[in-house]
Design a protein around this ligand. Sequence first.
Ligand SMILES: NC(=O)c1ccc[n+]([C@@H]2O[C@H](COP(=O)([O-])OP(=O)(O)OC[C@H]3O[C@@H](n4cnc5c(N)ncnc54)[C@H](O)[C@@H]3O)[C@@H](O)[C@H]2O)c1
Length: 307
Amino acid sequence: MKVSIIGGGGRVGSNAAYALQCAGLVNEIALVDANVDVAAGEALDLLHGSSLAGDQRIYATDNKGVADSDIICITAGLRRKPDESRLDLINRNVTLYKGILDSLRSVNVRKDAVFVVVSNPVDILTRLNIEYLSWPEKQVLGLGTVLDTTRFRSLIAAARGLPPTQVDALILGEHGDTMTPIWSSATAAGMALTKLLTPPQQADIFSRTQKSGAEVIRLKGGAGYAVGLSIARVIHSIALDQKLILPVSSRINGAYGIRKVCLSLPTVVGRHGVEGVLEPELWPKEIAGLTASARTLEETWTKISGR
Ligand SMILES: NC(=O)c1ccc[n+]([C@@H]2O[C@H](COP(=O)([O-])OP(=O)(O)OC[C@H]3O[C@@H](n4cnc5c(N)ncnc54)[C@H](O)[C@@H]3O)[C@@H](O)[C@H]2O)c1
């Protein structure tokens, strides 16, 4: 199982590579970056630990070296500035992302390759990946709200002194300003979180989740570890055909009346990518949140389509 990370010299890409190395489940990790030296340096640093971590092949390469990948993870991009919304990044990142897709087209990547889109605005770039490359939509998924969901669970656990792995709560919709907390099904070890947390506590935790990205950028320049683990979780579900249900971003074809856009709903992730999108029963205000995400993303898509 070969995973290539385009943008692998950057903070997100190199942290994802490290998470994949520590887990030892995929056997080949290739890093590609416009900054050739930094990709070579990250690959070398990872390789130096391979006698401790596992028998994986880890190296830096160029776009030609991506052609035989099973999974192509794209983290190349420009970082969000503090106080800049993810959608504001769009004009800077769409051109860059199209350039990457053009170069992948020219090296003839495998037709069964699954794309994992991480660069922001991730929901827009996931759709761009499908439409610009005419790639089968099931083979393209975005990291979506996987990171927001782990932030949400971890912050809930920290606030209530609960074990984080036993908190089960989702963020769905856009990876951005309209992301929606799903309290209707949120539990910790089977206990309803709406009973364990007061409405002001719920509002506070969600607000901190929503602002987490900006807070990490302000404090250390950008997200790394948690997003690396999030990417590894998605890639492992593909590589091992685990069929985990994850809030990745994918093309929505009618769930909750939403069509055309890519956004996060509970999604079965297996060897071929998206293997099903679930439509659990939600509170009306949660469905309204998803509809607002869809509207925002469609408006943004219309703006970039005219470019
Ligand atoms: N989806 C999510 O949950 C999530 C979370 C965090 C960050 N991100 C996004 O990930 C992206 C990367 O963030 P980062 O902190 O790693 O930034 P970074 O600046 O550390 O790394 C980006 C890397 O991309 C490389 N790059 C730029 N253009 C390239 C090209 N054409 N081909 C190959 N490589 C190229 C740069 O050289 C750099 O090494 C951003 O768009 C950021 O917003 C997404």
